[in-house]
Each structure stands twice: as structure tokens, then as C-alpha cells.
Design a protein. Structure first.
Ligand SMILES: [Zn+2]
Length: 392
């Protein structure tokens, strides 16, 4: 722990590395500063002692014809609890246990809570997970399965966020909420940039597209590529049309992000109105602009289309938030903002099992047959999908 410090991203006040969630001087976001300069590889970061095998996820080229252009998918669904949050929680919890924490608290729209509950179970400590009452049932079931105390908080995510602050204060447990509140968690996300850089043969893509709530993953990707030296990709922060505070500020050319009203989208993982911490969004907006990228909103219909392309066209089963990056890539390509031949990485952040209900509503190829039905019943249905030439 002696090899790092905390520094305010706004006023640059410095602090020794302890459990601290905001700058005492200005209330700003704290980031980890490593002695000896930016870490050039994973070995220079905190080795997670509480681990379930997170990170090191595949980078898969999208199948030709399934999506136009040169698209790669960073498949974060492979993480132990099914989302990229595992990277963050593993590091935040490892650090906190070093500081003597006896339990954890996490406000979440579902994925971070599932991750925090999983890693608390792994560490053998209690977990309090606070989620909006409208959180998808699959995510709540996962949180509860790991043995955490699941607290359903009335209203949207920001209410859970505020209550987590109070519970952490009251219990002395570490707050691993995955906004910018835990600098050690955010710091672990720079490995995403390192991995993509290595997986593309030590080069940077032209674009990285990131589903964005408050934005720690944007910071992680930016920092990771900066660590490796050379060009930084343009970052696209994707939000849902029904909850897009950062996109609104980007489109208006505003310097500051304003909190959103009531979120309305199937993309639960990025359904974050930033009420009470709009400053997180402002910081993310700054990072996006500095990268030369943009913020963009996608509709729920565009997300569902992208889910189908990922699943039926590429074999990747993603939740709506995870597919929002591909939806944004397709939109930007159609508009010509992403030019032909440019290399695009889509962060697919969460697994389809986490919002299974959305898939159950989609039309599928399905027939029911009697046990003694002839195979021709099935081949008939198959021909409707394949056309006549595919069968012998
Ligand atoms: Zn400060």
C-alpha cells in the first residue's frame, strides 16, 4: 500500500492511501497515483487477493456480415459474476481488507451488487447490497444467492447510492459502490486498456465504445491506453435515450453534466440519473472530449437489435447494457462518423442471463412436437430458416 497515493482529479490535493471516498478540500473524485509512474502492466497494480479469476477476457472479432466494419467485442460477460464489475470489486475489496474492513456495502443497479456479493462470499465477510426496487429479478436473485443482505430501495438508483453512504458510515464497512467513489476499484479498470492493447498486437484501435453510467470504465480505458504509451483511442460513452445525462451535456456543449430525471430504459446497468453526484458525469464528459470521442444515446429498440446481432450473429449472450455499445457502433457507422476501415472495440459489459426476461420476449425459432412426431415436421420448420438448399 505504500507504493501508491490518492490524488484529487480536480484540485490535485494528495492523500496517503487509506479508505477515502472524496477529496476533503473540494469534494472531488480521488484517483490512485502509483509511485514510479503509470503501471506498464498488471504486475505493477495491486494483486487481487480476493479473486474469482476476473479479467483476462477475450477480444473477439465480430463475424463478417453480422455487423458492418471492423468491430471487435471485448467480452466482459466472461467475468465470474457475469460483468466487468468483478475487476473493480476484486481490487476495491482486496485493498479494503488490507485497511481492516470487516464487511462491504454496495449501491448498485444490479451487476455491481452481484459482484460485491460474490466477492464478499469469497472473502467470508458480510455484504449489504442496496438496489432500486425495479432492478431486474435475475440480478436480485443472483445477489441473494451469494448470501448478501439484499435491500430494495424505493425509487431510482440515486436513492440507493445515498443510502449506501449512510450504511457505510453506520457500519464501518467499505463502500464498494462502483461510481467513482472507490478509487482502488476504478484503478483496476486500467487493465481493460492494457488487455485490448495487447490483444490488438500492441496497438490501439481507433474507437472504444463504452456503456456508461457514471463512467469509471471510461477512465479505466483511457488510463490503460495512456499507460501503454502511444495513441489513445477515441472514446464513445453510450447511454440509453431514457437516461442520458452525459449525452445531453455533450450535445449541448455544456461544461457540466446535470442530473437526469426518472430513468426509462431496459438497459438497467446504465440507468443512472447521477442525482447527488453529477460531478462524476462531468468528469467522464471531460475524459470523452479529451479523447476526441463523443457521447451518444441509443434507443431500447436499437439495443434489442444489437442483442440479436450479438447472440444470433456472434454467439455472444449479452444483457441490454452490454449490447448498447454495438448499437452505438452501428449508429455511428451509419452516420459516417466512424469511417470504413476504422477499428472499433465494443465493450460488452454484462451477461444475457442477467436480464433473461428481455430475451424471453423476443421472437424465436421454436416449435412444439409430439414425442412420436416424424422428423419431417422439424426439417420443415428448419427449411423456413435455412431455405431449401441447406439439407441433403
Ligand atoms: Zn480536490
Amino acid at each position: 500500500m505504500t507504493t501508491m497515493m490518492l490524488s484529487c482529479v480536480d484540485c490535485r490535493a494528495e492523500y496517503t492511501a487509506t479508505l477515502r471516498y472524496a477529496c476533503e478540500e473540494c469534494g472531488g473524485i480521488l484517483e490512485v497515483v502509483h509511485a514510479g509512474g503509470p503501471p506498464s502492466d498488471a504486475a505493477a497494480l495491486v494483486a487481487p487477493e480476493v479473486t474469482l479469476g476476473e479479467g483476462g477476457t477475450p477480444l473477439l472479432r465480430a463475424r463478417a456480415g453480422s455487423a458492418e466494419g471492423a468491430i471487435w467485442i471485448k467480452d466482459e460477460t466472461r467475468n465470474p459474476s457475469g460483468s466487468f464489475k468483478d475487476r473493480l470489486v476484486s481490487a476495491a475489496l482486496t485493498t479494503a481488507l488490507g485497511f481492516g474492513s470487516k464487511g462491504l456495502v454496495c449501491a448498485s443497479s444490479g451487476n455491481a451488487g452481484a459482484s460485491a456479493a460474490a466477492y464478499a462470499a469469497r472473502a467470508g465477510i458480510p455484504a449489504v447490497i442496496l438496489v432500486p426496487e425495479q432492478t431486474p429479478a435475475e440480478k436480485m436473485a443472483q445477489i441473494a444467492a451469494y448470501g448478501a443482505l439484499l435491500v430494495r430501495v424505493a425509487g431510482h438508483y440515486s436513492n440507493s447510492y445515498a443510502m449506501a453512504l449512510a450504511v457505510a458510515e453506520e457500519t464501518g464497512f467499505v463502500n464498494v459502490t462502483t461510481t467513482f467513489i472507490n478509487p482502488y476499484g476504478t484503478d483496476a479498470l486500467r487493465l481493460v486498456g492494457h488487455e485490448i492493447h495487447a490483444q490488438l498486437g500492441e496497438t490501439a484501435p481507433d474507437w472504444v465504445i463504452v456503456p456508461t453510467g457514471s463512467g469509471p470504465l471510461v477512465k479505466g480505458v483511457v488510463q490503460g491506453f495512456a499507460d501503454r504509451g502511444g495513441r489513445t483511442p477515441k472514446i464513445v460513452a453510450v447511454q440509453a435515450e431514457g437516461c442520458a445525462p452525459i449525452v445531453k451535456a455533450f450535445d449541448e456543449g455544456a461544461a457540466e453534466v446535470q442530473p437526469w430525471g426518472e430513468p426509462k430504459t431496459i438497459a438497467s446497468g446504465i440507468s443512472d440519473p447521477l442525482i447527488g453526484y453529477a460531478r462524476d458525469g462531468t468528469y467522464t464528459l471531460r475524459l470523452v472530449r479529451e479523447s476526441g470521442g463523443r457521447a451518444i444515446a441509443v434507443s431500447d429498440d436499437e439495443i434489442i437489435q444489437a442483442m440479436k446481432v450479438l447472440a444470433a450473429g456472434n454467439g455472444i449472450f449479452a444483457e441490454p447494457t452490454g449490447a448498447s455499445s454495438l448499437a452505438a457502433a452501428q449508429k455511428l457507422m451509419a452516420r459516417g462518423e466512424i469511417r470504413p476501415g476504422e477499428r472499433v472495440v465494443c465493450m460488452v459489459t454484462g451477461h444475457g442471463f442477467k436480464q433473461f426476461a428481455i430475451y424471453r420476449q423476443m421472437p424465436v425459432h421454436e416449435i412444439r412436437v409430439e414425442a412420436d412426431a416424424p422428423a419431417t415436421v422439424i426439417t420443415g420448420a428448419l427449411r423456413e430458416i435455412t431455405g431449401p438448399g441447406a439439407l441433403h
